[in-house]
Design a protein around this ligand. Structure first.
Ligand SMILES: Cc1cc2nc3c(=O)[nH]c(=O)nc-3n(C[C@H](O)[C@H](O)[C@H](O)COP(=O)(O)OP(=O)(O)OC[C@H]3O[C@@H](n4cnc5c(N)ncnc54)[C@H](O)[C@@H]3O)c2cc1C
Length: 413
Protein backbone atom coordinates (compact mmCIF):
# COMPACT_ATOMS: atom_id res chain seq x y z
CA UNK A 1 0.00 0.00 0.00
CA UNK A 2 1.29 3.48 -0.86
CA UNK A 3 1.99 5.75 2.09
CA UNK A 4 1.24 9.44 1.81
CA UNK A 5 2.03 12.11 4.39
CA UNK A 6 -0.34 15.09 4.38
CA UNK A 7 1.10 17.97 6.38
CA UNK A 8 -1.38 20.60 7.51
CA UNK A 9 -4.93 19.82 8.63
CA UNK A 10 -6.81 22.81 7.25
CA UNK A 11 -9.51 22.38 4.60
CA UNK A 12 -6.92 21.83 1.83
CA UNK A 13 -5.02 19.11 3.68
CA UNK A 14 -8.14 17.39 4.98
CA UNK A 15 -9.59 17.28 1.48
CA UNK A 16 -6.36 15.82 0.08
CA UNK A 17 -6.31 13.25 2.90
CA UNK A 18 -9.89 12.23 2.14
CA UNK A 19 -9.25 11.76 -1.56
CA UNK A 20 -6.09 9.73 -0.94
CA UNK A 21 -7.63 7.53 1.75
CA UNK A 22 -10.70 6.90 -0.43
CA UNK A 23 -8.34 5.83 -3.21
CA UNK A 24 -6.74 3.24 -0.95
CA UNK A 25 -3.60 5.04 0.23
CA UNK A 26 -2.29 4.79 3.76
CA UNK A 27 -2.57 8.41 4.94
CA UNK A 28 -0.79 10.04 7.88
CA UNK A 29 -1.90 13.59 8.58
CA UNK A 30 0.45 15.78 10.61
CA UNK A 31 -0.39 19.14 12.15
CA UNK A 32 1.55 21.43 14.47
CA UNK A 33 -1.54 22.27 16.52
CA UNK A 34 -3.33 20.13 19.12
CA UNK A 35 -6.32 19.83 16.76
CA UNK A 36 -7.00 20.33 13.04
CA UNK A 37 -9.22 22.84 11.23
CA UNK A 38 -8.81 25.75 13.62
CA UNK A 39 -9.13 28.45 10.98
CA UNK A 40 -12.05 26.60 9.43
CA UNK A 41 -13.75 26.75 12.84
CA UNK A 42 -12.97 30.46 13.11
CA UNK A 43 -14.53 31.00 9.68
CA UNK A 44 -17.63 29.40 11.20
CA UNK A 45 -17.97 32.37 13.54
CA UNK A 46 -18.81 34.50 10.53
CA UNK A 47 -21.39 31.96 9.33
CA UNK A 48 -18.97 29.78 7.28
CA UNK A 49 -19.38 31.05 3.76
CA UNK A 50 -18.52 27.81 1.96
CA UNK A 51 -18.79 28.90 -1.63
CA UNK A 52 -20.83 31.06 -4.01
CA UNK A 53 -23.76 30.24 -6.29
CA UNK A 54 -22.90 32.62 -9.15
CA UNK A 55 -22.25 31.14 -12.63
CA UNK A 56 -18.85 29.50 -13.26
CA UNK A 57 -17.64 32.32 -15.50
CA UNK A 58 -18.14 34.99 -12.84
CA UNK A 59 -16.83 32.67 -10.13
CA UNK A 60 -13.58 31.94 -11.95
CA UNK A 61 -13.14 35.68 -12.59
CA UNK A 62 -12.82 36.29 -8.83
CA UNK A 63 -9.30 34.90 -8.94
CA UNK A 64 -8.30 37.85 -11.17
CA UNK A 65 -4.73 37.47 -12.45
CA UNK A 66 -4.55 33.88 -11.10
CA UNK A 67 -7.63 32.75 -12.99
CA UNK A 68 -5.55 30.74 -15.51
CA UNK A 69 -4.05 28.72 -12.64
CA UNK A 70 -7.17 28.37 -10.47
CA UNK A 71 -9.74 27.68 -13.20
CA UNK A 72 -8.38 24.16 -13.94
CA UNK A 73 -8.67 23.37 -10.22
CA UNK A 74 -12.28 24.56 -10.20
CA UNK A 75 -13.03 22.49 -13.30
CA UNK A 76 -12.05 19.48 -11.17
CA UNK A 77 -13.94 20.57 -8.06
CA UNK A 78 -16.33 23.52 -8.39
CA UNK A 79 -18.87 25.21 -6.16
CA UNK A 80 -21.52 22.57 -6.88
CA UNK A 81 -19.05 19.75 -6.14
CA UNK A 82 -18.28 21.43 -2.85
CA UNK A 83 -21.98 21.66 -1.97
CA UNK A 84 -22.50 18.02 -2.95
CA UNK A 85 -19.59 17.05 -0.74
CA UNK A 86 -21.06 18.99 2.22
CA UNK A 87 -24.44 17.32 1.64
CA UNK A 88 -22.65 13.97 1.57
CA UNK A 89 -21.48 14.65 5.11
CA UNK A 90 -25.10 15.07 6.18
CA UNK A 91 -25.06 18.89 6.35
CA UNK A 92 -27.53 20.86 4.22
CA UNK A 93 -26.63 24.20 2.63
CA UNK A 94 -28.58 27.29 1.61
CA UNK A 95 -27.97 30.22 -0.72
CA UNK A 96 -28.12 33.60 1.02
CA UNK A 97 -29.58 36.72 -0.58
CA UNK A 98 -26.12 37.73 -1.86
CA UNK A 99 -25.66 34.36 -3.60
CA UNK A 100 -23.23 33.16 -0.93
CA UNK A 101 -23.59 29.55 0.20
CA UNK A 102 -23.65 28.57 3.89
CA UNK A 103 -24.36 25.43 5.91
CA UNK A 104 -27.97 25.55 7.07
CA UNK A 105 -26.97 26.14 10.72
CA UNK A 106 -24.15 28.56 9.66
CA UNK A 107 -21.71 26.65 11.85
CA UNK A 108 -18.40 24.98 11.05
CA UNK A 109 -18.17 22.62 14.04
CA UNK A 110 -20.83 20.05 13.01
CA UNK A 111 -19.38 19.88 9.49
CA UNK A 112 -15.82 19.47 10.77
CA UNK A 113 -16.98 16.78 13.23
CA UNK A 114 -18.67 14.80 10.47
CA UNK A 115 -15.65 15.24 8.21
CA UNK A 116 -13.16 14.02 10.81
CA UNK A 117 -15.39 11.05 11.59
CA UNK A 118 -15.40 10.16 7.93
CA UNK A 119 -11.62 10.56 7.65
CA UNK A 120 -11.01 8.30 10.66
CA UNK A 121 -13.36 5.69 9.22
CA UNK A 122 -11.38 5.84 5.97
CA UNK A 123 -8.25 5.05 7.99
CA UNK A 124 -6.52 8.45 8.10
CA UNK A 125 -4.12 8.57 11.07
CA UNK A 126 -3.87 11.94 12.80
CA UNK A 127 -0.59 13.09 14.36
CA UNK A 128 -1.24 16.27 16.28
CA UNK A 129 1.44 18.53 17.78
CA UNK A 130 3.79 17.48 15.00
CA UNK A 131 5.46 20.56 13.61
CA UNK A 132 7.04 19.88 10.25
CA UNK A 133 10.59 21.25 10.12
CA UNK A 134 11.58 20.18 6.62
CA UNK A 135 13.58 17.27 5.35
CA UNK A 136 16.31 15.47 7.29
CA UNK A 137 19.05 15.99 4.75
CA UNK A 138 19.21 16.89 1.08
CA UNK A 139 17.96 14.99 -1.95
CA UNK A 140 14.43 14.28 -3.07
CA UNK A 141 13.54 11.24 -0.96
CA UNK A 142 15.01 11.99 2.44
CA UNK A 143 12.61 11.57 5.38
CA UNK A 144 10.40 14.31 6.73
CA UNK A 145 11.44 15.84 10.00
CA UNK A 146 9.03 16.83 12.79
CA UNK A 147 9.17 18.40 16.22
CA UNK A 148 6.75 16.41 18.38
CA UNK A 149 5.92 15.95 22.08
CA UNK A 150 8.32 12.97 21.96
CA UNK A 151 11.07 15.19 20.59
CA UNK A 152 12.45 15.41 17.09
CA UNK A 153 11.50 12.51 14.80
CA UNK A 154 11.64 11.53 11.15
CA UNK A 155 8.99 9.87 8.98
CA UNK A 156 9.15 8.52 5.45
CA UNK A 157 6.39 8.51 2.85
CA UNK A 158 6.00 7.61 -0.82
CA UNK A 159 4.47 11.02 -1.51
CA UNK A 160 3.89 14.22 0.49
CA UNK A 161 1.12 16.81 0.31
CA UNK A 162 2.02 20.13 1.92
CA UNK A 163 -1.06 22.15 2.94
CA UNK A 164 0.44 24.50 5.51
CA UNK A 165 -1.75 27.56 4.90
CA UNK A 166 -0.69 31.19 4.60
CA UNK A 167 0.42 33.50 7.39
CA UNK A 168 -2.80 35.07 8.66
CA UNK A 169 -3.95 34.41 12.23
CA UNK A 170 -0.71 32.55 13.12
CA UNK A 171 -2.04 31.55 16.53
CA UNK A 172 -4.37 29.15 14.72
CA UNK A 173 -1.39 27.32 13.22
CA UNK A 174 -0.48 28.77 9.83
CA UNK A 175 2.50 31.02 10.40
CA UNK A 176 4.36 30.88 7.10
CA UNK A 177 7.27 29.08 8.77
CA UNK A 178 7.52 26.87 5.69
CA UNK A 179 8.74 29.69 3.43
CA UNK A 180 12.49 29.44 4.20
CA UNK A 181 12.30 25.62 4.18
CA UNK A 182 10.98 25.54 0.61
CA UNK A 183 13.14 28.43 -0.58
CA UNK A 184 16.22 26.53 0.64
CA UNK A 185 15.13 23.73 -1.72
CA UNK A 186 15.02 26.10 -4.68
CA UNK A 187 11.23 26.58 -4.68
CA UNK A 188 10.24 30.12 -5.72
CA UNK A 189 7.89 31.71 -3.18
CA UNK A 190 6.23 35.11 -3.73
CA UNK A 191 6.38 37.17 -0.49
CA UNK A 192 3.39 36.52 1.79
CA UNK A 193 1.22 39.63 1.97
CA UNK A 194 -2.09 40.50 3.65
CA UNK A 195 -5.26 39.90 1.61
CA UNK A 196 -8.80 40.84 2.66
CA UNK A 197 -7.23 43.13 5.22
CA UNK A 198 -7.72 46.44 7.01
CA UNK A 199 -5.62 49.59 6.55
CA UNK A 200 -4.11 52.39 8.60
CA UNK A 201 -4.97 56.00 7.80
CA UNK A 202 -2.42 58.79 7.92
CA UNK A 203 -4.03 59.93 11.17
CA UNK A 204 -7.49 60.11 12.66
CA UNK A 205 -7.79 62.94 15.16
CA UNK A 206 -7.70 61.64 18.77
CA UNK A 207 -11.36 62.70 19.06
CA UNK A 208 -12.44 60.61 16.05
CA UNK A 209 -10.33 57.58 17.09
CA UNK A 210 -11.65 57.58 20.65
CA UNK A 211 -15.25 58.31 19.82
CA UNK A 212 -15.80 56.31 16.61
CA UNK A 213 -13.40 53.32 16.60
CA UNK A 214 -15.53 50.21 16.13
CA UNK A 215 -18.46 52.08 14.56
CA UNK A 216 -19.73 51.19 11.10
CA UNK A 217 -20.18 53.28 7.98
CA UNK A 218 -23.40 51.73 6.71
CA UNK A 219 -24.85 51.86 3.19
CA UNK A 220 -21.85 53.55 1.60
CA UNK A 221 -19.95 53.02 -1.63
CA UNK A 222 -16.17 53.08 -1.92
CA UNK A 223 -14.06 53.89 -4.93
CA UNK A 224 -10.39 53.11 -5.51
CA UNK A 225 -8.09 53.25 -8.50
CA UNK A 226 -6.69 50.06 -9.99
CA UNK A 227 -3.13 49.75 -11.31
CA UNK A 228 -4.20 51.20 -14.66
CA UNK A 229 -5.86 54.21 -13.02
CA UNK A 230 -9.42 52.93 -13.65
CA UNK A 231 -11.95 53.54 -10.87
CA UNK A 232 -13.37 50.46 -9.14
CA UNK A 233 -16.53 50.97 -7.04
CA UNK A 234 -18.12 48.68 -4.44
CA UNK A 235 -21.20 49.19 -2.27
CA UNK A 236 -21.45 47.93 1.28
CA UNK A 237 -20.21 48.83 4.72
CA UNK A 238 -17.00 49.09 6.68
CA UNK A 239 -15.85 49.94 10.17
CA UNK A 240 -13.57 52.65 11.55
CA UNK A 241 -10.76 51.31 13.76
CA UNK A 242 -8.52 53.24 16.15
CA UNK A 243 -5.91 53.51 13.41
CA UNK A 244 -7.86 53.18 10.18
CA UNK A 245 -10.54 51.14 8.44
CA UNK A 246 -11.56 47.50 8.02
CA UNK A 247 -14.62 45.44 7.09
CA UNK A 248 -16.30 43.83 4.13
CA UNK A 249 -16.29 46.59 1.51
CA UNK A 250 -12.69 47.51 2.39
CA UNK A 251 -11.69 43.85 2.07
CA UNK A 252 -13.35 43.78 -1.34
CA UNK A 253 -10.94 46.43 -2.65
CA UNK A 254 -8.01 45.57 -0.38
CA UNK A 255 -5.80 43.98 -3.05
CA UNK A 256 -5.99 47.19 -5.12
CA UNK A 257 -5.32 49.39 -2.07
CA UNK A 258 -2.43 47.20 -0.87
CA UNK A 259 -0.77 47.19 -4.29
CA UNK A 260 -1.30 50.93 -4.74
CA UNK A 261 0.33 51.65 -1.37
CA UNK A 262 3.24 49.40 -2.36
CA UNK A 263 3.66 51.32 -5.62
CA UNK A 264 2.93 54.89 -4.50
CA UNK A 265 3.33 54.99 -0.70
CA UNK A 266 -0.33 55.89 -0.11
CA UNK A 267 -3.75 55.09 -1.55
CA UNK A 268 -6.99 57.01 -1.38
CA UNK A 269 -10.26 55.34 -0.42
CA UNK A 270 -13.01 57.60 -1.75
CA UNK A 271 -16.17 57.10 0.28
CA UNK A 272 -19.58 58.02 -1.09
CA UNK A 273 -21.56 58.59 2.10
CA UNK A 274 -24.82 59.03 0.15
CA UNK A 275 -24.65 56.53 -2.73
CA UNK A 276 -28.38 56.70 -3.47
CA UNK A 277 -28.31 60.43 -4.25
CA UNK A 278 -26.59 62.29 -7.05
CA UNK A 279 -24.13 65.07 -6.29
CA UNK A 280 -26.68 67.58 -7.67
CA UNK A 281 -29.33 66.30 -5.26
CA UNK A 282 -26.89 66.45 -2.36
CA UNK A 283 -25.81 69.98 -3.33
CA UNK A 284 -29.43 71.13 -3.56
CA UNK A 285 -30.11 69.72 -0.10
CA UNK A 286 -27.02 71.38 1.39
CA UNK A 287 -27.99 74.69 -0.23
CA UNK A 288 -31.57 74.50 0.97
CA UNK A 289 -32.23 77.44 3.35
CA UNK A 290 -31.61 76.30 6.91
CA UNK A 291 -32.73 79.35 8.89
CA UNK A 292 -31.17 79.41 12.33
CA UNK A 293 -30.37 75.68 12.35
CA UNK A 294 -26.75 74.57 12.66
CA UNK A 295 -25.19 72.97 9.58
CA UNK A 296 -24.96 69.67 11.51
CA UNK A 297 -28.70 69.49 12.20
CA UNK A 298 -29.43 70.72 8.65
CA UNK A 299 -27.41 67.84 7.13
CA UNK A 300 -29.06 65.42 9.52
CA UNK A 301 -32.62 66.47 8.74
CA UNK A 302 -32.22 66.90 4.95
CA UNK A 303 -29.74 64.09 4.17
CA UNK A 304 -29.67 61.83 7.22
CA UNK A 305 -25.97 62.58 7.71
CA UNK A 306 -25.17 62.11 11.40
CA UNK A 307 -22.92 60.17 13.76
CA UNK A 308 -19.81 58.76 12.17
CA UNK A 309 -20.67 60.15 8.72
CA UNK A 310 -20.91 63.66 10.11
CA UNK A 311 -17.71 63.09 12.11
CA UNK A 312 -15.86 62.04 8.97
CA UNK A 313 -16.94 65.26 7.30
CA UNK A 314 -15.44 67.14 10.26
CA UNK A 315 -12.25 65.10 9.96
CA UNK A 316 -11.79 65.95 6.32
CA UNK A 317 -13.13 69.48 5.84
CA UNK A 318 -11.11 72.41 7.20
CA UNK A 319 -13.22 74.87 9.20
CA UNK A 320 -13.27 77.54 6.47
CA UNK A 321 -14.82 75.11 3.96
CA UNK A 322 -17.88 74.60 6.14
CA UNK A 323 -19.31 77.73 4.50
CA UNK A 324 -18.90 76.22 1.04
CA UNK A 325 -21.95 74.09 0.02
CA UNK A 326 -20.15 72.73 -3.05
CA UNK A 327 -17.17 71.45 -1.03
CA UNK A 328 -19.55 69.92 1.51
CA UNK A 329 -21.57 68.16 -1.20
CA UNK A 330 -18.40 66.97 -2.95
CA UNK A 331 -17.01 65.56 0.29
CA UNK A 332 -20.27 63.80 1.11
CA UNK A 333 -20.13 62.14 -2.32
CA UNK A 334 -16.40 61.40 -2.32
CA UNK A 335 -14.79 61.66 1.10
CA UNK A 336 -11.08 61.01 0.53
CA UNK A 337 -9.59 58.79 3.24
CA UNK A 338 -5.82 58.63 2.83
CA UNK A 339 -4.42 55.17 3.61
CA UNK A 340 -0.75 54.69 4.39
CA UNK A 341 -0.33 50.99 5.22
CA UNK A 342 -2.08 47.64 5.05
CA UNK A 343 -2.53 46.00 8.44
CA UNK A 344 -0.08 43.12 9.03
CA UNK A 345 -0.76 39.75 7.39
CA UNK A 346 -1.20 38.21 10.87
CA UNK A 347 -4.47 40.20 11.17
CA UNK A 348 -5.72 39.57 7.63
CA UNK A 349 -8.49 37.16 6.61
CA UNK A 350 -6.18 35.55 4.07
CA UNK A 351 -2.75 35.62 2.49
CA UNK A 352 -1.55 36.66 -0.95
CA UNK A 353 1.73 35.32 -2.27
CA UNK A 354 3.08 31.82 -1.71
CA UNK A 355 4.50 28.98 -3.78
CA UNK A 356 4.72 30.16 -7.41
CA UNK A 357 2.59 28.16 -9.85
CA UNK A 358 5.55 28.15 -12.23
CA UNK A 359 7.25 25.83 -9.72
CA UNK A 360 4.44 23.24 -10.07
CA UNK A 361 3.14 20.84 -12.66
CA UNK A 362 -0.58 20.47 -13.48
CA UNK A 363 -1.02 18.06 -10.55
CA UNK A 364 0.44 20.66 -8.15
CA UNK A 365 3.71 18.74 -7.75
CA UNK A 366 6.89 20.71 -7.08
CA UNK A 367 9.10 20.32 -10.11
CA UNK A 368 12.15 20.77 -7.88
CA UNK A 369 10.94 17.98 -5.57
CA UNK A 370 9.17 15.12 -7.35
CA UNK A 371 6.65 13.45 -5.07
CA UNK A 372 5.95 16.63 -3.08
CA UNK A 373 2.59 18.32 -3.77
CA UNK A 374 1.29 21.68 -2.56
CA UNK A 375 -2.32 22.76 -1.85
CA UNK A 376 -4.37 25.54 -0.31
CA UNK A 377 -3.57 29.05 0.74
CA UNK A 378 0.18 28.44 0.62
CA UNK A 379 -0.06 28.70 -3.18
CA UNK A 380 0.39 32.11 -4.82
CA UNK A 381 -3.20 33.24 -5.41
CA UNK A 382 -5.74 35.41 -3.68
CA UNK A 383 -9.47 36.01 -3.88
CA UNK A 384 -12.08 38.16 -2.17
CA UNK A 385 -14.30 36.82 0.60
CA UNK A 386 -17.50 35.17 -0.60
CA UNK A 387 -16.56 31.49 -0.31
CA UNK A 388 -13.87 31.75 -2.99
CA UNK A 389 -11.08 31.02 -0.49
CA UNK A 390 -12.44 27.74 0.85
CA UNK A 391 -13.52 26.59 -2.60
CA UNK A 392 -10.07 27.05 -4.14
CA UNK A 393 -8.36 25.54 -1.07
CA UNK A 394 -10.48 22.40 -1.30
CA UNK A 395 -10.24 22.21 -5.09
CA UNK A 396 -6.45 22.36 -4.83
CA UNK A 397 -6.56 19.61 -2.20
CA UNK A 398 -8.48 17.41 -4.65
CA UNK A 399 -6.07 18.16 -7.51
CA UNK A 400 -2.95 17.61 -5.37
CA UNK A 401 -4.36 14.24 -4.26
CA UNK A 402 -5.04 13.28 -7.86
CA UNK A 403 -1.53 14.36 -8.79
CA UNK A 404 -0.10 12.24 -5.99
CA UNK A 405 -2.09 9.20 -7.09
CA UNK A 406 -0.86 9.58 -10.66
CA UNK A 407 2.71 9.99 -9.47
CA UNK A 408 2.37 6.86 -7.34
CA UNK A 409 1.18 4.95 -10.37
CA UNK A 410 -2.40 4.71 -9.12
CA UNK A 411 -5.18 5.58 -11.57
CA UNK A 412 -6.50 9.11 -10.93
CA UNK A 413 -9.85 10.41 -12.26
C1 LIG B 1 -11.59 35.19 10.47
C2 LIG B 1 -11.59 34.38 9.20
C3 LIG B 1 -12.79 34.08 8.58
C4 LIG B 1 -12.79 33.35 7.37
N1 LIG B 1 -13.99 33.08 6.77
C5 LIG B 1 -14.02 32.44 5.59
C6 LIG B 1 -15.25 32.14 4.94
O1 LIG B 1 -16.34 32.37 5.49
N2 LIG B 1 -15.19 31.57 3.69
C7 LIG B 1 -14.01 31.26 3.08
O2 LIG B 1 -14.03 30.77 1.94
N3 LIG B 1 -12.83 31.47 3.70
C8 LIG B 1 -12.81 32.05 4.93
N4 LIG B 1 -11.61 32.28 5.56
C9 LIG B 1 -10.37 31.80 4.90
C10 LIG B 1 -10.18 30.28 5.06
O3 LIG B 1 -10.42 29.90 6.40
C11 LIG B 1 -8.75 29.91 4.63
O4 LIG B 1 -8.55 30.34 3.30
C12 LIG B 1 -8.52 28.39 4.72
O5 LIG B 1 -8.68 27.92 6.05
C13 LIG B 1 -7.13 28.02 4.23
O6 LIG B 1 -7.05 26.63 4.21
P1 LIG B 1 -5.65 25.87 4.17
O7 LIG B 1 -5.98 24.44 4.36
O8 LIG B 1 -4.88 26.27 2.98
O9 LIG B 1 -4.84 26.42 5.43
P2 LIG B 1 -5.21 26.51 6.98
O10 LIG B 1 -6.66 26.40 7.21
O11 LIG B 1 -4.50 27.72 7.46
O12 LIG B 1 -4.53 25.21 7.59
C14 LIG B 1 -3.13 25.04 7.59
C15 LIG B 1 -2.78 24.00 8.64
O13 LIG B 1 -1.39 23.75 8.56
C16 LIG B 1 -0.86 23.64 9.86
N5 LIG B 1 0.56 23.97 9.82
C17 LIG B 1 1.14 25.13 9.46
N6 LIG B 1 2.48 25.03 9.53
C18 LIG B 1 2.75 23.78 9.96
C19 LIG B 1 3.96 23.06 10.22
N7 LIG B 1 5.18 23.60 10.05
N8 LIG B 1 3.87 21.77 10.63
C20 LIG B 1 2.66 21.16 10.79
N9 LIG B 1 1.49 21.79 10.56
C21 LIG B 1 1.54 23.09 10.15
C22 LIG B 1 -1.68 24.60 10.67
O14 LIG B 1 -1.66 24.28 12.06
C23 LIG B 1 -3.07 24.47 10.06
O15 LIG B 1 -3.84 23.50 10.73
C24 LIG B 1 -11.57 32.95 6.78
C25 LIG B 1 -10.37 33.23 7.42
C26 LIG B 1 -10.36 33.94 8.62
C27 LIG B 1 -9.05 34.23 9.30
Amino acid sequence: MKRVAVIGGGPAGLMAAQQLADAGCEVDLFDAMPSVGRKFLLAGRGGLNLTHSEPFEAFAGRYASRRPQIEPLLRTFDAQALRDWVHGLGVQTFVGSSGRVFPIDMKAAPLLRAWLHRLREAGVRFHMRHRWLGWAGTGAHVPLQFESPEGRLTRSADAVVLALGGASWPRLGSDGGWVPVLEARGVPVAPLRPANCGFDVAAWTPFFAERFAGQPFKSVAVRVLDAGGEAVTRKGEFVATATGVEGSVVYAVSALLRDRIAAHGTATLWVDLLPDRSEAQVLAAVRHPRGSRSLGSHLKSRLGVEGIKSALLHELLPREQWQDPLRIAQTLKAAPIELVAARPVAEAISTAGGVAFEALDGGLMLQAMPGVFVAGEMLDWEAPTGGYLLTACMASGVVAAQGARRWLGMAAD
